[in-house]
Write a protein of this length. Sequence first.
Length: 161
Amino acid sequence: MTWLLIRSSLDPGNFKDIEATQQAGEQATRHKFGGGMADELIPLDVREFILTYIQSIAQLEALLLLKSKPEIVWTRANVASQLYIDEGQAAEVLDLLCESGLVSCDGDTYRFNSDAPDNGPMVERLAALYRKHLIPVTNLVHSRPSGVRAFAAAFKLRKDR
């Protein structure tokens, strides 16, 4: 990158190298933070939901599983079996979903929290996008810096506080 800028500065008529370098940097930044294709395919409100509440693909799939079968009272073992993860990871994922208010917990059982009015439609949209645009959604989940999650969680409004 430095070489292109030095070479361009020696040839004042050649600004194409500088422009190409800037565009490459912008694309790299968008890719690093889930932009690019995700910006085009995933609506802003769904992206914000993912970046606020979803920390892993296992967490996303657990949420979608519980939403898809709301009549079932789930246990950690059931979720672990369905997602092909160990029970400890299922417990961690389900506990995070409970903390966020997306899932209701009663002892060792879990259900999708349909009491929150915005949960249902948003999670349905997320499920449809995940089915249709698996790679961009997955990239968005993986692109999120972990510090942002803790910061965003500090500003969530909850009934119990």
